[in-house]
Design a protein around this ligand. Structure first.
Ligand SMILES: NC(=O)c1ccc[n+]([C@@H]2O[C@H](COP(=O)([O-])OP(=O)(O)OC[C@H]3O[C@@H](n4cnc5c(N)ncnc54)[C@H](O)[C@@H]3O)[C@@H](O)[C@H]2O)c1
Length: 248
């Protein structure tokens, strides 16, 4: 499916744009008339993703480094002339372990990237969206943030934090033309699954009523709606792509 012209004249920043969902969203934004810059910590994958998506520019950065994020936001605004869309897709799973055995370094890294990093990106980019008088933000949370997955406490806590942050942010921006929502996918096929033991993936698949994992393009389609003009009366909320797993 392709909605030709849906993103005509729109300029987007996509974090985690070198892989998986971020790359799929960027590809679609460009294919439907927009411009995209990709932010990712994986410099090699970024160059390949630039060619694959047709992105205008790429920035190799770590979203958990606030100074790098601030600098990249200013650079993207200068290069694109404005920013209309922010898609926060950068993320990691962290360790698979129960809370009482969870490695401290993994806990801190997951919170630092998935929650603090997403906060830094919103904090840096929102002033440009407000100045623009129009904006759309899609924050990648997870069903884990609503339900909690066993042996994934850092990830679940970080994604619950993303949902809470998005609820605050959407309400703050509600009268400024800027809409912010979160997406809570169940497990979908992407390179992030290589960070998990197969037993954890099997557990998550078993929780999905449709009996299958999602496809990356199914969540990309939802994100593209969330960051389009058509998403105009929903903010501070969560969208779902979970094959029936979460019904709230
Ligand atoms: N795949 C799933 O099953 C699933 C389910 C629910 C939510 N999510 C969320 O969707 C988002 C995208 O996941 P994906 O499946 O596309 O994963 P992915 O691993 O394919 O892509 C994530 C990207 O984030 C980048 N990244 C990681 N740490 C970074 C950092 N510190 N700074 C900048 N970039 C960094 C990685 O290099 C990678 O390119 C994540 O936030 C993930 O938690 C994924």
């Amino acid at each position: 499916m392709n909605y030709a012209g849906r993103f005509d004249g729109r300029c987007a920043i996509v974090t985690g744009g070198a892989s998986g969902l971020g790359k799929a969203v960027a590809k679609r934004i460009v294919a439907e008339g927009g411009k995209a810059v990709l932010w990712d910590v994986n410099a090699d994958a970024l160059e390949a993703a630039k060619a694959e998506t047709g992105a205008t520019d790429v920035y190799a950065l770590d979203v958990s480094d606030q100074a790098q994020v601030e600098a990249a936001a200013a650079a993207a605004n200068a290069a694109l002339g404005k920013i209309d869309i922010l898609v926060n897709s950068a993320g990691i799973t962290g360790a698979t372990a129960p809370v009482h055995e969870f490695p401290l370094d993994s806990w801190k890294r997951v919170i630092d990237i998935n929650l603090n990093g997403l906060f830094y990106c919103c904090r840096a980019v929102v002033p440009f969206l407000i100045a623009n008088g129009y904006g759309r933000i899609a924050n990648l949370a997870s069903v884990a943030g609503k339900e909690g997955n066993p042996n994934a406490s850092a990830y679940s806590a970080s994604k619950a934090g993303v949902i809470g942050l998005t609820k605050s942010l959407g309400k703050e921006l509600a009268e400024k033309g800027v809409i912010a929502n979160a997406l809570t996918p169940a497990t979908f096929e992407s390179p992030i699954l290589a960070q998990l033991p197969q037993s954890q993936v099997d557990y998550m698949r078993s929780k999905i009523p449709m009996g299958r994992l999602g496809e990356v393009d199914e969540s990309a389609a939802m994100v593209c709606f969330m960051v389009s003009e058509e998403c105009s009366f929903t903010t501070a909320s969560t969208f779902d792509t979970s094959g029936g797993r979460t019904t709230f």
